[in-house]
Design a protein around this ligand. Structure first.
Ligand code: FDA
Length: 289
């Protein structure tokens, strides 16, 4: 499927191109529209630590490009792409190197949250990265996991930067909410805790969602608590709710677009289709375009 012209056409809606140049060009265009960005390279499972080293070097050079081009862009990485399946320590060292690099060029490092097998180890990585003297790092937490309120409570003493998302993986009912309504309620509750912490200057929340009514309620809550405008951000994916992203930025919200790039887009693209079955019609239309 990845080699079919119709699939490549359809995936372009969510991804400006397969290489860093395309992602940074899109970041430059979005910056002109008042939108900052996050970039992430899509990857496949690693079979050696040498591949993880190559991913680290790729992101290190991305930081240099971002600094040279003066872009308001933060990279976001997956721990498995930096070797977590092969060695916790090697992955930690790779992340430390990237956090230091981020700090040296005035940028930031974000860590994605993968499926539930990785949550404990990813939290451990984050705790190690928050030790004094390390570069600025943020972590994604998933509202659909029943454990997340406890995880957030345990992280708050570290003054974390947290990107709250609903969660994208198929998880069992024993550990995750299966009904969308339950996840939405959990998300709003966690969002309020994060805003409370932001007001106390104990967290930097990012709300990674395209759920506009939910974002409106969070914004109202933040305003009621007089949270500073720069104290929290909204992040959305490239190609989804693009007009709303621009409208929110025009209304004074801090909005970032997450741009994915890379050759290994198939599993990631399937998650985007699964989130909204209507997207499948877009693919079908592309077959006949
Ligand atoms: P919800 O699914 O309720 O959608 C709200 C509305 O948004 C829909 O009605 C639809 O209009 C629109 N929409 C949502 N998804 C769409 C799509 N694919 N195509 C078209 N329209 C769509 N997950 C994870 O497990 N780990 C991670 O690290 C991250 N990182 C991340 C970063 C950022 C910036 C974002 C925005 C999202 C993630 N995610 C993630 C994905 C997240 O968990 C979730 O699967 C998606 O954001 C979809 O859920 P929403 O919050 O948008 O709500």
């Amino acid at each position: 499927m990845m080699n079919r012209a119709f699939a490549r056409r359809a995936v372009r809606r969510f991804m400006p191109g397969e290489d860093l140049d395309s992602a940074l060009e899109a970041a430059r265009v979005l910056a002109g529209q008042g939108l900052s960005t996050v970039v992430t390279q899509l990857g496949e499972n690693l079979t050696s630590l040498a591949e993880a080293d190559a991913v680290r070097e790729h992101y290190a050079s991305a930081y240099d490009r971002i600094a040279t081009d003066g872009l308001p862009t933060w990279p976001s990485v997956k721990p498995t792409q930096l070797g977590l399946d092969l060695s916790f320590d090697a992955c930690l060292q790779n992340l430390i190197a990237l956090a230091d690099k981020a700090g040296s060029v005035g940028s930031m490092l974000w860590i994605d949250m993968e499926d539930s097998r990785y949550v404990d180890r990813t939290l451990d990585l984050y705790r190690r990265l928050k030790e004094p003297g390390r570069g600025p790092v943020g972590l994604c937490l998933q509202a659909y996991l029943k454990r997340t309120p406890d995880d957030l409570r345990s992280l708050l003493p570290l003054k974390p930067a947290v990107r709250l998302v609903k969660g994208a993986y198929a998880e069992p009912a024993s550990i995750a909410f299966r009904a969308k309504g339950d996840t939405d309620v959990a998300y709003e509750r966690l969002a309020r805790s994060l805003i409370d912490a932001a007001v106390r200057e104990e967290a930097f929340p990012v709300f990674g969602t395209h759920d506009i009514p939910l974002l409106a309620r969070i914004t109202r809550y933040a305003k009621d608590l007089r949270a500073r405008d720069g104290a929290w951000e909204i992040h959305m994916l490239y190609g989804i709710r693009a007009a709303e992203q621009r409208a929110l930025a025009s209304a004074g919200r801090r909005v970032r677009t997450l741009i994915s790039y890379g050759k290994h887009w198939f599993p990631w693209y399937m998650r985007r289709l699964a989130e909204r079955p209507a997207n499948v019609w877009f693919v079908v239309r592309s077959v006949f375009a």
